[in-house]
Design a protein around this ligand. Sequence first.
Ligand code: URP
Ligand code: ZN
Ligand code: ZN
Length: 462
Amino acid sequence: MSTLIKNGRIITAEQDYYGDIFCQDDKITTIGEKLNIHADTVIDAKDKYVIPGGVDVHTHLDMPFGGTTSCDDFESGTRAAAFGGTTSLIDFAIQAKGTRMRDALDTWWGKAEGKATIDYGFHMIVTDLPDAHMEDLNDMVREGVTSFKLFMAYPDVLMVDDVTIFKTLKHTSTTGALVCMHAENGNVIDHIVQKTLAEGKTAPIYHALSRPTTAEGEAVNRAIALSEMAGAPLYIVHLSSNDALEKVAEARDRGLPTYAETCPQYLFLSLDDMGKPGFEDAKLVFTPPLREKWHQDKLWAGLQKNTLQVVSTDHCPFCFKDQKELGIDDFTKIPNGGPGIEHRLQLLFDGGVNEERISVNRWVELCSATPAKMFGMYPRKGTIAVGSDADIVIWDPLAEHTLSASTHHMHVDYSMFEGQKIKGNAETVISQGEVIINNNEFHGSLGRGRFIRRDAYGGAWG
Ligand code: URP
Ligand code: ZN
Ligand code: ZN
């Protein structure tokens, strides 16, 4: 199988030039001007951008959570990702308390195998770490699961104590694995939540109002201190507020290896989008919650200044009907999470590049190159270079469309961005040298996605 992409404007995190790309099987083998090589498939990319496939390092497919299971599995979720130009993702396997990490990894391999249509890796969510099981962390790194998520929120469910966090960080400081932190002060939030319910405040908006930005800032600060004590790098996931951003900026100014991602929902939505009548707000219940609108400008500035290095989706979809409705009388029973796996490149292109907040190179860097570097996949993923995987998107910068549940490919009955008009979309998506999306049609097959055995963290990326 060979593919020749001609006449495109090739954009990576560092470069922007015109040329042709030849892919033999699943690799890019030649890049040059006016290539004259026979290929099974020839694609004319005139007037289009040719970018590395998107890398989404934060998704929750087929995940049991909040008394139900996220409603995109590895089939529908990876296909929706591909429609939006994402060709690699990292999902989260969850170690059940009292069990070994390998059990969780086997379970999540089982969920993905035979279903995924793009390449995928796993982070391991650590829920307990007795001294006798420290070896599990090495076991995961050997399997290419080179990052661990820990929760400072969700007491009695996923939250771990500071000692467990410190022990994990101390260990990763020697293996080169990366700790990803859900940073919110879970105990204080739980106290506020109980008081809120006792006052009879049960509507979805109270989910957001009971999780103050200072609870995020405090936890980010504590996580940074723990990582400094342990001498390990730290990656803050789904950063949502200026309080948290300031802590990351301070740490980076001091030269600490502190990194952070934000997500489109925090850049494009705010508390102003809540306060709708009835139970509608449940569609926007995720954690951390939406913030006051002014935080958005701070987050965009964070992306511009590289205080934030990555944009991921935290795609964790639950249908409004029957799933979000579990919490119709009590916001604490609304499964936390929102759908977005399909729209990350589109939103960041439209709101970032078209609005002149970021350059096209920065767009590629945030959505593809840095996530690949940070999580041990570069230069296999995240760039267009000889030897890299042939994961390539032909991007039409002028394609106009409107985001809507009636047209999206995610298996969820609402859109967080319903009605939002976008200019720019993936026209052709190539994964492992195979065209899997063309003109809004899916040409891939079930189970063609491969497990990505990732290297340990590179250390010098940020
Ligand atoms: O609300 C969210 N973010 N759900 C997914 C789990 C998590 O904390 O990332
Ligand atoms: Zn989280
Ligand atoms: Zn998440």
